[in-house]
Design a protein around this ligand. Structure first.
Ligand code: TYD
Ligand code: ZN
Length: 415
């Protein structure tokens, strides 16, 4: 169902208060819906419109496509593609082993959205009891192929009961870049409370609202990200389910993320970092609607600047290629109106994206070696969250006279 601009209202997915969109990014396809030319006629669109709940401070999408349109058997995202992300999840797993597991007899670790096993493999390799919950069959199969115990299902209270019946309660629940994908957050919170031992912890991380607002990184908003969290909204969302926010830790991944630790209320003291983060968020205005109205203006300004740059290069006949067919780039290309006339193709290392067209904008996605074979004049850095890794790797592109176009936090051309 597609709504009109005038009907962008609904109810908060967390606290049920009435909400309305403060802006719309317009008609948007599925961010990971890379498609063949013959599929264009049937391409699915919805209106990408975020809302802010003044009652519980949750940033959320008003409308979201059905989950089966997004996380299906052919989900194109394999976590282990990036070397930096592999190191990040190794460090995450080791931190859990060092901080939470000592002193626990035969601990049990459950990860929601375990993807291809990028994090759970570290528990598996040490013989620690684990279970991955991964709805997308193809990535779950990769994990199983590596020996990592994985079930293909969506996590909710019922699944939590089934897991407890079969394996017992969990010492640790983990999730990375997954919780913000699940529309029924109250259902997950209730399931987590049921699955965790009384002294268990739920640790998860997701793109952080404070970074998105500060950097105008509006490309974090796309169909899969039904929420963008803050410490404020997470504390409020879990409290009714008996889970308390006891720690927070900022992460540099995905252009700025936050790791949240939740525990059954009263089971452990909250770190001073929680109160500090909540105060910081109040100072940033994350709990006020005006902040989001200003964010909307910043998005419009960013779009105007990027299109001005791309139009100018197009008129000058420069070759511009996109770097990284990210989910995020679907919001950028469609919101800004970037076409194959602006961006010749998008280079991407993921085999199942190659040879396809980008969602909505229909820019061809080509293998990475087409980028290196004949360097373009400019590369538009869609995978900006991997900028450090990419710029280190692409020194020959710069040496050949190539330049990067970046748009987070500001639109600029850099060497
Ligand atoms: P990702 O970081 O997961 O972003 P999103 O969540 O927005 O999809 O995706 C990175 C994409 O960029 C992925 O398709 C792989 C691609 N990529 C490259 O092509 N080359 C690279 O060097 C890196 C790091 C990523
Ligand atoms: Zn709310």
């Amino acid at each position: 169902m597609s709504r009109t601009q005038h009907d962008l209202t609904g109810r908060c997915r967390v606290c049920d208060a009435p909400i309305s969109a403060f802006m719309s990014f317009g008609r948007m396809p599925i961010a990971n819906g890379f498609l063949a030319a013959e599929e264009i006629a049937n391409e699915y669109f919805f209106e990408l419109a975020p809302a802010f709940c003044s009652q519980c401070s949750m940033f959320q999408l008003i409308e979201q496509p059905q989950p089966d349109k997004m996380f299906h058997g052919q989900y194109a995202f394999y976590s282990s593609t990036s070397r930096y992300m592999q190191l990040h999840f190794e460090a995450f797993a080791k931190a859990v082993m060092a901080d939470v597991l000592p002193g626990r007899a035969d601990p049990f670790v459950v990860e929601l959205g375990s993807n291809d096993g990028i994090m759970l493999r570290h528990f598996y390799e040490r013989g620690i009891r684990h279970l991955g919950v991964e709805p997308s069959q193809n990535v779950a199969d990769v994990a199983r192929g590596r020996g990592i115990r994985t079930i293909s299902a969506f996590f909710n209270r019922k699944l939590a009961q089934d897991i407890v019946a079969e394996h017992g309660r969990a010492d640790v629940m983990l999730a990375a870049n997954v919780m913000c994908h699940i529309p029924d957050l109250p259902g997950v919170a209730a399931g987590a409370r049921h699955l965790l031992k009384p002294d268990g912890v739920f640790i998860f991380e997701d793109p952080y609202l404070g970074d998105m607002i500060a950097k105008t990184s509006y490309d974090q908003v796309y169909d899969e990200h039904v929420f963008i969290f803050s410490a404020t909204s997470i504390a409020r969302a879990f409290a009714p389910h008996g889970l308390e926010l006891v720690d927070v830790a900022p992460q540099i991944t995905h252009g700025g993320s936050m790791r949240y630790t939740l525990a059954p209320k009263g089971s452990r003291p909250a770190s001073a970092r929680v109160a500090e983060q909540l105060a910081k968020e109040r100072a940033q205005g994350l709990d006020r609607l005006e902040t989001y109205q200003r964010f909307k203006e910043n998005c419009e300004h960013s779009r105007a600047r990027l299109m001005q740059t791309l139009e100018q290069l197009r008129k000058q006949g420069r070759r511009v290629v996109g770097y990284g067919a990210t989910s995020k780039s679907t919001t950028v290309t469609n919101y800004c109106g970037i076409t194959p006339q602006h961006v010749e193709f998008i280079s991407d290392t993921t085999p199942i994206k190659q040879g396809k067209l980008s969602p909505g904008a229909h820019i061809p996605v080509r293998p990475y070696d087409e980028f290196t074979r004949a360097y373009p004049d400019y590369a538009l850095l869609f995978a900006w969250n991997h900028a450090a890794e990419i710029r280190e790797k692409e020194q020959a592109f710069l040496a050949a006279g190539g330049r990067w176009i970046v748009y987070v936090p500001d639109v600029k051309v850099v060497a």
